[in-house]
Design a protein around this ligand. Structure first.
Ligand code: MN
Length: 131
Protein backbone atom coordinates (compact mmCIF):
# COMPACT_ATOMS: atom_id res chain seq x y z
CA UNK A 1 0.00 0.00 0.00
CA UNK A 2 1.47 3.34 -1.05
CA UNK A 3 -0.59 5.60 1.17
CA UNK A 4 -1.74 7.49 -1.91
CA UNK A 5 -5.26 7.39 -3.25
CA UNK A 6 -6.38 7.41 -6.88
CA UNK A 7 -5.95 11.15 -7.34
CA UNK A 8 -2.42 11.00 -5.95
CA UNK A 9 -3.13 12.86 -2.74
CA UNK A 10 -1.82 11.34 0.48
CA UNK A 11 -4.73 9.39 1.92
CA UNK A 12 -6.09 10.35 5.32
CA UNK A 13 -5.61 7.63 7.93
CA UNK A 14 -8.52 6.35 9.99
CA UNK A 15 -8.34 3.95 12.94
CA UNK A 16 -11.59 2.00 13.44
CA UNK A 17 -12.01 0.66 17.00
CA UNK A 18 -15.04 -1.65 17.00
CA UNK A 19 -15.41 -5.11 18.53
CA UNK A 20 -18.43 -6.13 16.44
CA UNK A 21 -17.11 -7.92 13.35
CA UNK A 22 -19.91 -6.84 11.00
CA UNK A 23 -19.83 -3.18 12.07
CA UNK A 24 -16.04 -3.07 11.90
CA UNK A 25 -16.04 -4.53 8.39
CA UNK A 26 -18.81 -2.17 7.26
CA UNK A 27 -17.04 0.94 8.63
CA UNK A 28 -13.71 -0.14 7.12
CA UNK A 29 -15.23 -1.05 3.74
CA UNK A 30 -17.08 2.24 3.25
CA UNK A 31 -14.05 4.28 4.35
CA UNK A 32 -11.69 2.33 2.08
CA UNK A 33 -14.13 2.74 -0.81
CA UNK A 34 -13.80 6.51 -0.33
CA UNK A 35 -10.01 6.30 -0.59
CA UNK A 36 -9.07 6.43 3.07
CA UNK A 37 -6.28 4.35 4.56
CA UNK A 38 -7.98 2.30 7.28
CA UNK A 39 -6.65 0.32 10.24
CA UNK A 40 -9.13 -1.95 12.05
CA UNK A 41 -8.83 -2.58 15.78
CA UNK A 42 -11.16 -5.19 17.30
CA UNK A 43 -9.70 -5.10 20.83
CA UNK A 44 -10.18 -1.90 22.81
CA UNK A 45 -7.33 -2.81 25.12
CA UNK A 46 -4.99 -2.53 22.11
CA UNK A 47 -6.52 0.69 20.78
CA UNK A 48 -4.09 3.21 22.26
CA UNK A 49 -1.07 1.22 21.12
CA UNK A 50 -2.66 0.85 17.68
CA UNK A 51 -3.27 4.61 17.53
CA UNK A 52 0.32 5.40 18.50
CA UNK A 53 1.65 2.95 15.89
CA UNK A 54 -0.71 3.94 13.06
CA UNK A 55 -0.79 7.72 13.50
CA UNK A 56 -4.41 8.27 12.52
CA UNK A 57 -5.97 11.54 11.29
CA UNK A 58 -9.29 10.35 12.73
CA UNK A 59 -10.41 7.66 15.17
CA UNK A 60 -13.81 5.95 14.92
CA UNK A 61 -14.54 4.75 18.46
CA UNK A 62 -17.19 2.26 19.51
CA UNK A 63 -18.27 3.01 23.08
CA UNK A 64 -19.41 -0.50 24.08
CA UNK A 65 -16.24 -2.61 24.12
CA UNK A 66 -15.39 -5.72 26.16
CA UNK A 67 -13.21 -5.07 29.24
CA UNK A 68 -12.82 -1.35 28.59
CA UNK A 69 -15.14 1.58 27.84
CA UNK A 70 -14.68 3.56 24.66
CA UNK A 71 -15.34 6.63 26.81
CA UNK A 72 -12.28 5.82 28.93
CA UNK A 73 -10.24 5.27 25.75
CA UNK A 74 -11.28 8.66 24.39
CA UNK A 75 -10.35 10.32 27.70
CA UNK A 76 -6.95 8.54 27.65
CA UNK A 77 -6.35 9.64 24.06
CA UNK A 78 -7.13 13.24 24.95
CA UNK A 79 -4.56 13.12 27.79
CA UNK A 80 -1.88 11.69 25.46
CA UNK A 81 0.35 14.39 23.98
CA UNK A 82 0.74 12.50 20.71
CA UNK A 83 -2.95 11.72 20.26
CA UNK A 84 -4.84 14.59 21.85
CA UNK A 85 -5.23 16.51 18.58
CA UNK A 86 -6.71 13.53 16.71
CA UNK A 87 -10.49 13.96 16.30
CA UNK A 88 -12.73 11.17 17.57
CA UNK A 89 -16.06 10.09 16.09
CA UNK A 90 -17.84 8.02 18.74
CA UNK A 91 -20.44 5.43 17.75
CA UNK A 92 -22.70 3.98 20.38
CA UNK A 93 -25.87 2.04 20.98
CA UNK A 94 -26.72 4.49 23.77
CA UNK A 95 -29.54 6.81 22.82
CA UNK A 96 -29.99 8.93 25.93
CA UNK A 97 -29.27 12.66 25.98
CA UNK A 98 -27.19 12.35 29.13
CA UNK A 99 -25.03 9.72 27.45
CA UNK A 100 -24.23 12.01 24.53
CA UNK A 101 -23.10 14.66 27.01
CA UNK A 102 -20.86 12.12 28.78
CA UNK A 103 -19.30 11.08 25.49
CA UNK A 104 -18.62 14.69 24.52
CA UNK A 105 -17.25 15.39 28.02
CA UNK A 106 -14.82 12.50 27.50
CA UNK A 107 -13.50 14.44 24.51
CA UNK A 108 -15.21 13.03 21.41
CA UNK A 109 -15.62 15.66 18.69
CA UNK A 110 -18.69 13.96 17.21
CA UNK A 111 -21.16 11.22 18.03
CA UNK A 112 -23.46 8.90 16.07
CA UNK A 113 -25.94 6.45 17.55
CA UNK A 114 -26.29 2.92 16.22
CA UNK A 115 -27.59 1.70 13.92
CA UNK A 116 -25.27 3.97 11.94
CA UNK A 117 -26.38 4.97 8.43
CA UNK A 118 -23.65 5.30 5.83
CA UNK A 119 -24.57 8.83 4.69
CA UNK A 120 -24.35 10.50 8.13
CA UNK A 121 -21.30 8.34 8.97
CA UNK A 122 -19.34 9.52 5.92
CA UNK A 123 -20.46 13.15 6.39
CA UNK A 124 -19.28 13.07 10.01
CA UNK A 125 -15.95 11.44 9.09
CA UNK A 126 -15.31 13.91 6.24
CA UNK A 127 -16.35 16.84 8.41
CA UNK A 128 -13.83 15.92 11.10
CA UNK A 129 -11.10 15.35 8.51
CA UNK A 130 -11.94 18.54 6.63
CA UNK A 131 -12.15 16.72 3.28
MN1 MN B 1 -19.20 -2.84 20.71
Amino acid sequence: MTGENVIGAVAKRILVVEDNDLNRKLFCDVLKASGFLVEPCADGELALAAARAFGPDLVIMDIQLPNISGMDLIAQMKRDAGLSAVPVLAVTAYAGKGDEEKIRDAGAEAYLSKPVSIGPFMRAARGLLGV
